[in-house]
Write a protein that binds this ligand. Sequence first.
Ligand SMILES: [Zn+2]
Ligand SMILES: [Zn+2]
Length: 161
Amino acid sequence: MKYLSGKEKEEAKNFMDLAAIVANGSSCLRTKCGSVIVKDIEVIGYGFNSPPGNKRLEKCLKDDLPDGFKSDKTCCIHAEERAIMLALRKDPQGITLLGSRLYFIRLDEKGEKTFAGKPYCTICSKMALDVGISEFTLWHEEGICVYGTEEYNQLSFGYKR
Ligand SMILES: [Zn+2]
Ligand SMILES: [Zn+2]
């Protein structure tokens, strides 16, 4: 992983801001997240989290899950998954995804960007790795941090609460 500086950081900040705008479309009752995928400064995919079909639920499913529920506990398709699916709709061969960079941001209740915690979502880390995205970008207190997708996947699997 590396923290960006200078011109690279400015450029990345613009894409983070764009991801935050995308996040506003989310209908999730819990958290709004956004993601954009960029290849050679072109946005090739974007998405926000929300329940399948972008439905608006009365109540988050997560609230009623039994203890020990085995699978992904979010009610939503994740923002990163949506961004990848959109990129694949536009380019079913997925060539544009190869070597691309994914940006992820989560908003707080006021709609402001928040710092991400450590990588933990193995659903998205595996998917990003599988389609050939080369970098995964988060916003930390220390700045904008770029992880290699392989590294991001390993860190996600090593996540401890
Ligand atoms: Zn949700
Ligand atoms: Zn995820």
